[in-house]
Design a binder for this molecule. Structure first.
Ligand SMILES: NC(=O)c1ccc[n+]([C@@H]2O[C@H](COP(=O)([O-])OP(=O)(O)OC[C@H]3O[C@@H](n4cnc5c(N)ncnc54)[C@H](O)[C@@H]3O)[C@@H](O)[C@H]2O)c1
Length: 274
């Protein structure tokens, strides 16, 4: 489906851990559309994950950066501009982690140190990325930054725990920074609210399998895959969406605007007649 939509564009993709990662698929899609990219992830993910395999496929360099470290991000911006011989055009923030989810603390019995880490890694990191980019003047005019989010920012999904609060903050940062970066440099900032997707981060959420099935049955188009999310991100990095900014864009097959669906009603009816 490649149309060279990103020919001549250069960008940074954060958060590719393994071939299931949404960032992995987005990196491949961007390169297929003609972009040059640099990959980044936390130092530990570089040791544990498969990012070097992806780097070979994408002819890309990998620069480690902990997204909670301004020094790492400042270094990344400089190095990426050196590699690409000038300013960049797009960035994907595909970063999320909750120590409370990992360690099975429930939302109501939360551990506050963990909670702060969740917010730092999963939400404030977007502010840091944008601040480092703006400070280094690393993005060309009409550049595009996309961060991935989830509908638990708007509605209660109990298993999503403190990540729901992190996503609400992430979406707010996209709006607020998008305002400032738009006026200052015509850079656009949006979040994409993706369907549940089988990845390392996704599968960490309690009851994920059942939830995946529920979302599939609730969505008129079914769940959006990671590959389809990658295609949507490409469109947001392209010149065809230059006037879209400060938005939270649902990429979920219609889940977000469906009250109840026939397959769900049928399932409940069947269960009630057993
Ligand atoms: N999988 C889903 O169901 C789903 C749905 C909606 C949104 N999302 C969002 O998509 C994004 C990508 O997640 P994914 O599902 O591809 O899972 P993933 O586990 O493949 O990606 C998460 C990434 O975050 C990185 N990360 C964690 N801590 C970091 C840090 N301190 N610095 C830099 N990077 C760090 C990890 O190394 C990993 O590469 C996340 O923001 C996630 O919340 C996922």
């Amino acid at each position: 489906m490649a149309h060279q939509l990103l020919k001549g564009k250069k960008g940074i993709i954060f958060g590719a851990l393994d071939e299931r990662s949404i960032a992995w698929k987005t990196a491949l899609a961007c390169v297929a559309e003609g972009a040059e990219i640099t990959l980044s992830n936390a130092p530990i993910a570089l040791r544990m994950g498969k990012i070097n395999e992806l780097a070979k496929l994408c002819n890309a360099e990998v620069i480690p950066a902990d997204a909670t470290s301004t020094a790492d991000l400042d270094n990344l911006m400089q190095k990426a501009m050196e590699i690409h011989g000038g300013k960049l055009d797009f960035m994907l923030h595909s970063i999320g982690m909750s120590p409370n989810v990992r360690k099975n603390f429930s939302y109501t019995e939360t551990n506050y140190e963990n909670f702060l880490k969740t917010l730092d890694i999963s939400a404030l990191s977007l502010h840091r990325v944008l601040q480092s980019a703006k400070k280094a003047d690393a993005l060309n005019e009409w550049g595009s930054v996309v961060a991935l989010t989830y509908i638990a920012a708007q509605r209660a999904f109990p298993g999503y725990n403190d990540m729901a609060d992190a996503k609400a903050m992430l979406e707010s940062i996209a709006r607020s920074f998008g305002y400032h970066y738009g006026f200052a440099k015509k850079v656009r900032v949006n979040t994409v609210s993706q369907s549940p997707t089988v990845t390392t981060a996704g599968s960490g959420v309690a009851g994920f399998d059942v939830f995946l099935d529920y979302a599939e049955k609730m969505s008129p188009l079914g769940n959006a895959s990671a590959e389809q999310c990658a295609d949507y991100c490409v469109s947001l990095f392209s010149d065809y969406t230059r006037m879209v900014t400060m938005q939270n864009l649902f990429h979920d097959g219609g889940f977000s605007f469906t009250g109840v669906s026939t397959p769900i009603v049928e399932d409940i009816t069947k269960a009630n007649t057993l």
